[in-house]
Design a binder for this molecule. Sequence first.
Ligand code: EPZ
Length: 434
Amino acid sequence: MEKLVVHGGQPLTGTLSVSASKNAALPLMAAALLPHGVTVLDQIPQLRDITTFSHVMRITGASVQCMDRKLTIDASRVDFPEAPYDLVKKMRASFYMLGALLGRCGQARVSLPGGCAWGPRPVDLHLEGLKALGAEIDLDEGYVVAHAPRGRLSGGSYRFEPSSVGATVNLLLAACLGSGGSRIENAAIEPDVLVFCEMLTAMGAKLEGIGTRTIEVEGVAELHPVQFSNCPDRIELGTFMIAAAIAGIPDQPVVMTHTRSDHLGNEFLDAFQGTGAKCIIDDSNSTITVTAPERLTPVSITTGIYPGFPTDLQAQWTVLLACADGSATVTDQVYGDRFNHIPELARMGLMAHVSGNQVTVQGGKPLSGARVMSTDLRASVSLVLAAMVAKGTTHVGRIYHLDRGYEALESKLSQCGIQIRREQYDEFAAVHQG
Ligand code: EPZ
C-alpha cells in the first residue's frame, strides 16, 4: 500500500495548477456511449476513478483509449448492456451506466452500488425517476434490471426531492434517445451537470432549461459523436484555496491557474472571504490569487446543493477552522454523517465535537503529526491539509482514496514548498510498529 509522508510547518508558496474535473468527466464519458461512433474527450484527469469507469464502459463492448488526458471512446459497438458488481462496488458513479445503457440499448443490467464510506447513499430517486420516464425496473440478485418497452423510453415527468446530481445525469442519459418528451423538475444545477448538458446538446440532444431547475427533453432518434473539452475541478480549486489560507505566508499570494472560479458557488466564496483570506479573481475566472491573513477568523458553514457550500469541501473547511482563532461549526445537510475524518484529525490534536449532522471545532490549538488513515477521498485530503500545518511528521495511510480524485497532489504541493513524499508501506507491519 502507499502513504504520504508530510513534514509539517513549511509555507505554501508559488503557483498551483488545477486539474480537470473528475465529477464532470464521469458523466461526459457515460454520454459518449449514446451515439454510434467515436467521441473524443479532452482534459480528462489521470485518476483512479477514470480508469475504473473506463473498465466499466469496456465491458459493454465500447473501446476506451486514453492518451495525454485525451479519451477516445469508440461506441460503434455496445452489445453487452451490463455493469458488474465487481466494478460498480469500487465507484458509485458507475451507476451512470444505467441511464446510458437504457438510452443506447433500451435495456440495462447494472449492479446496485452497495455501501459507501459514510452512511447510506440511496439510489431510489434514480429508479423512481427512470420508471416515471417509462422504464420497467426489477431487482435481481443485487442488480437493477431495466427495460424500455419497445426499445425506447416513452418519456414522462419526474420531480426530484431532494435534488440529485447523479439521478439528474441518469435521467438525462436515458431520456435524450427516448421516443417522447420528458420533464425533470428540481434538477441538479451543479456545474458538472451543466457541462454534461452542453455536451449532450452538442451531440444533437434537444434540451431546454439547461441551468434551471426544470429541464425539458425532446427525445431524438439518434445522437452524433463529438469532440468535447472538460472543465477544471472546482473541488480541487476550493481545496487549494483552503491550503493557501492555512499554509500561505501573509502578504505572499498563492496563485491558482486553470480555474473556473464561477463554478465555486457564492456560499463558498463568501465564507472564504469571511475568514480574512484575500481572494482576487481575474476577469476571465481562470486565475485566482489567495493571500493568507495574519489570523484566520472562524466562519461557520452549512453544506447545500449548488450554489450552496459543497459537501465535498466540508472536511477541508474543518481543517481551516482548526487553524482559526475561536469556535465555529460545520453542518452537512447533504450527507448528515460524513464525518469519518474527525477521529483521524483528533489524533492530530483537533478539538472537535460531532453532534448529529454538525461538528463544532474549537480552533487555535496547534496540530501535531501522527499516523492517520484515509477513509474516503475528501477525508484524505483534509488529512494532508492538516499535516501541512502540523508540528512534526504525519503519515497519511490508505491514499488509494486520494488517488481516486486528486491528480498528482504530492508533486503539485512539493513544487510549492510543502515537504511531502509518497512511500510504500505494509499496513500490518505499521500497526505493530505503532
Ligand atoms: C455527487 O454524488 C458527487 N459524485 C459527490 O462527490 C458529491 O458529494 C455529491 O454529488 C453531492 O454534491 C459525483 O459527481 C460522482 P447526489 P451523487 O445524488 O450524485 C440524496 C466526491 O467526493 N439522494 O446529488 O451520488 C443523497 O443521499 C463525491 O467527489 C437520495 O436520497 O450525490 C444526498 O443527500 C462524493 N436518493 C442528496 O440526495 C437518491 O436516489 C444529493 O446526492 C440519490 C440521492
